[in-house]
Design a protein around this ligand. Structure first.
Ligand SMILES: *Cc1c(COP(=O)(O)O)cnc(C)c1O
Length: 426
């Protein structure tokens, strides 16, 4: 569910014609929908209302402080993976007690800032990190809470680069080793090791891996409790499906139907770390057609956005629905799906201007015919879109525009050429 829809053949973000935004700020441009962010967040809250649940939005999915403020005001906590993300959260007055911190390579500096905040939970990825946290906590006289990240060793059935909960990843510790870690460090007196954290990977399309992981994790928690440890919190991480194609991912309610019964009356506080399932279809990347080109049998649509602006297609082989922002009534897409078989479309590759063959957004994709200057929307660009963008090819970072009903606001201006060299020395 999102708020990017066609009215009379013109694409609207909520009540704003996206062409108006392109005229005001130029292209390419990221356009966010406030209603979509809130809708996703609220649906997750509702789905888990029967449990003591804290939703910690995963900042790395989409990190603009305007969006963090929106979610903090709605009651969200945050999942962070760096000191920079802690800084972002603090800029919007986030309640630091609702912050959980994961990451395999936390520096001393980052840990100390998080101890001083103080944050809600450190999600521990290794014995060495835990030893360091214990030492730093003693030094600073702090008594933080920590959750041990375990690998339940289930296959989230996603792209290998986004699978993080299998055994052969750098994240967390194997579930068999978790008891040992608790026995060795669980009574250290400085760090309260009182939670278990799992995170299976991103954008799964099935609920099943969560059910499997949860069963294994609950067995572990029972063992740990039998060993005398207090386990207060289960952090289930993120990775819940997002609708990259209309109605193809499980909804928050679908996940909750499986997860909630397994956790009822277990005396656990539940933390969720959704990123993509909140942010993904809360944005489009609006781009303009620069040129059309025929190469062999292929038709290329060359647009002004590039892989430096949205790297997911080459990086993860990710699907983004792409469609012109203005079409005949007969060519309004009934759904945003991969195999739209519509009269009046032709197969094209949509590519950017970057000097890399991997600079593409779609290959062999049906698209209504477009001309130079037409606006094209790349949908579901809200998660790992802007946050992964770079200045490659000396391209200024894009503006971010935030739509709220009839109004839109630039929440990050387009970088200038001067910005590109501002930190450099001749
Ligand atoms: C990236 C990440 C998330 C968010 O994942 P999504 O797929 O965006 O929901 C949550 N938790 C941790 C630890 C992460 O690294």
């Amino acid at each position: 569910m999102d708020f990017f829809d066609y009215k009379n053949g013109r694409l609207f973000a909520e009540n704003v014609d996206v062409e108006k935004i392109a005229e005001a700020v130029g292209t390419p441009v990221y356009i966010y929908s406030k209603a979509t962010f809130l809708d996703h967040y609220n649906k997750i809250k509702q789905a888990y209302a029967q449990l003591d649940t804290l939703v910690c939005y995963s900042i790395k999915a989409c990190a603009n402080i305007h969006i963090l403020k929106l979610l903090a005001d709605a009651g969200s906590g945050f999942d962070i993976v760096s000191g920079g993300e802690l800084f972002r959260a603090r800029q919007v007055g986030a309640d630091t007690a609702k912050i959980v911190y994961a990451g395999v390579g936390k520096t001393d500096h980052e840990i100390i800032e998080a101890l001083e905040a103080p944050i809600g939970y450190f999600n521990i990825e290794s014995e060495a990190e835990l030893e360091n946290l214990i030492e730093l906590s003693r030094k600073l006289g702090k008594n933080p809470k920590a959750a041990l990240r375990v690998n339940p060793d289930v296959d989230p059935r996603t792209h290998t680069y986004t699978a993080t909960g299998k055994k052969e990843t750098k994240f967390g510790v194997d579930i068999e080793r978790a008891r040992q870690v608790f026995n060795q460090y669980g009574r250290n007196g400085a760090v309260q090791l009182s939670g278990i954290h799992i995170h299976l990977g991103s954008a799964g399309k099935s609920v099943q891996p969560y059910a499997e992981a949860l069963q294994k994790t609950m067995e572990l928690i029972d063992c740990l409790r039998a060993d005398g440890f207090t386990i207060e919190t289960l952090d289930m991480g993120g990775g819940y499906g997002a609708d990259y194609e209309t109605s193809t991912a499980p909804s928050a309610a679908d996940y909750a139907r499986v997860i909630v019964p397994l956790l009822k009356d277990k005396g656990l506080k539940l933390i969720l770390e959704p990123g993509a399932s909140i942010a993904a279809n809360a944005a489009i990347l609006l781009t303009r057609v620069l040129y059309l080109k025929q190469g062999g049998k292929k038709k290329f649509v060359i647009v002004d956005a590039g892989m430096n602006d949205l790297i997911r297609p080459p990086l993860y082989d990710a699907f983004h629905f792409i469609w012109p922002a203005k079409v005949d009534a007969s060519l309004v897409p009934p759904k945003k799906i991969r195999y739209l078989n519509m009269e009046g479309t032709q197969q094209v590759d949509v590519v950017g201007p970057i000097c890399e063959t991997s600079d593409f957004f779609a290959k062999d994709r049906p698209l209504p015919s477009v001309s130079r200057g037409d606006l094209i929307s790349i949908f579901t660009a809200g998660a790992y879109g802007y946050t992964m963008s770079s200045n490659y090819n000396a391209r200024p970072l894009l503006p971010e525009v935030f739509v709220d009903g009839d109004n839109f606001t630039v929440i990050r201006r387009r970088q200038t050429y001067e910005d590109l060299i501002a930190q450099e020395k001749k």
